[in-house]
Design a protein around this ligand. Structure first.
Ligand code: BGC
Length: 268
């Protein structure tokens, strides 16, 4: 992909799942990657190892790329500030932010504990916003930059028992569109990609063949997505190949947003 070589990238929640695959993909594209993690220090080390292996396999000479791991709870303003300072100082600047860190909880909406609801909103929505603020402030002083948000098909599709999650992701869509408009003249592009059912640790059903088959039967393409398929789209949106795209969400969902229950025509 065009324009990723030599760029400095920060991936939040880069120690597992889609975030890990994104970090690896950017290293493969020749970018310097900072891997943010919260609790998974060893997993973050695994990401760094995978990044090094991927860049070497892509023909990049070992040791020519910079990489680092950075601990932060992105729901805490002080942690976010310290993370940006550390990454910008170590890399000498930041070009691309990937807002990937997120969580989800499940409960009937009338029973959800507000403390858990708050935590989810604080990470998925407020955390992504606080990281965007820091990135944009830096981009404005340095001629521009790019933000890519890891959203969900549930920014669009209602998901019973996951009301806080859907609210956080439609909030992310509103954030993407608003910030994209606000900074469109500042050489700052902001987009989201929206994964459908993906084989990552956030989805324990991936290891339950019966549950997995049931879920996949509802996906028009008949299968789950992979973290690598999500990472490819994140890389595209951050690349110069997407130079004229801003404020958009690209759904990466095997057709899940295409009203799958109409796949077999309802005839009357
Ligand atoms: C959720 C997954 C879910 C998928 C499709 C994602 O945003 O994190 O748990 O499988 O949407 O419903």
């Amino acid at each position: 992909m065009q324009g990723l070589k030599g760029k400095n990238v920060l991936v939040t929640g880069g120690s597992s799942g889609i975030g890990q695959a994104i970090a690896v993909r950017f290293a493969q594209e020749g970018a310097n990657v900072a891997v943010n993690y919260y609790k998974g220090k060893e997993e973050a080390d695994t990401t760094l190892e995978q990044m090094r292996a991927a860049s070497t396999a892509a023909g990049i000479e070992a040791g020519t790329l910079k990489d680092m791991k950075v601990q932060a709870d992105i729901s805490k303003e002080a942690d976010v500030a310290a993370m940006f300072e550390q990454v910008i100082e170590t890399f000498g600047g930041l070009d691309i932010l990937i807002n990937n860190a997120g969580m989800q909880i499940q409960a009937p909406s009338h029973e959800i504990e507000i403390a858990k609801f708050d935590k989810m909103i604080d990470i998925n929505m407020k955390g992504a916003f606080m990281c965007s603020q820091k990135a944009i402030a830096h981009f404005l002083q340095n001629g521009g930059g790019i933000i890519v948000n890891d959203s969900s098909v549930h920014e669009l599709i209602p998901r019973p028992r996951y009301v806080g999650y859907t609210m956080s992701k439609s909030g992310m869509q509103a954030m993407t569109r608003t910030l994209a408009l606000e900074y469109a003249r500042d050489n700052i592009r902001i987009n989201s990609f929206a994964p459908g059912a993906t084989l990552t640790p956030i989805n324990p059903w991936k290891d339950d063949p019966k549950k997995k088959a049931e879920i996949e039967s509802n996906i028009p393409m008949g299968r789950s997505g992979t973290s690598q398929e999500m990472a490819a789209v994140a890389a595209f949106l951050a690349s110069d190949d997407a130079a004229y795209i801003t404020g958009q969400t690209l759904f990466v969902d095997g057709g899940l947003t295409l009203f799958p229950s109409f796949r077999t025509p309802w005839t009357g």
